[in-house]
Design a protein around this ligand. Structure first.
Ligand SMILES: [Mg+2]
Length: 96
């Protein structure tokens, strides 16, 4: 499965509000923020306890990708192109 295939699938199963688009984007953006917070919580526990629940972290990273892919699909962006642009941006920064 490619990231583009995943985004197409995510767009079909996401339980998001119908248009207007702004509400759909807000819902997905809040979902992405919430899942990112769950990742941060595992990092906090690593700092506090010295251990990381690798399986739980992997699950949360998947949740992040789900909302990210759904946002890409909602905005009509092809995830593989977003990733390529990100790679090019970071590579240019590292080259400076
Ligand atoms: Mg989660």
């Amino acid at each position: 499965m490619t990231i583009d295939d995943y985004a197409d699938w995510a767009a079909t199963v996401a339980k998001v509000p119908p248009p207007p688009a702004s509400e759909r984007l807000a819902y997905l953006g809040l979902g992405l923020t919430g899942e990112s917070g769950e990742v941060a919580e595992h990092v906090k526990k690593l700092l506090r306890d010295g251990t990381l629940d690798q399986a739980a972290m992997a699950e949360e990273l998947g949740d992040v990708v789900y909302y990210w892919a759904s946002l890409c699909a909602t905005l009509g962006l092809k995830p593989s192109e977003v990733l390529a642009a990100s790679k090019a941006k970071i590579s240019a920064r590292l080259a400076r």
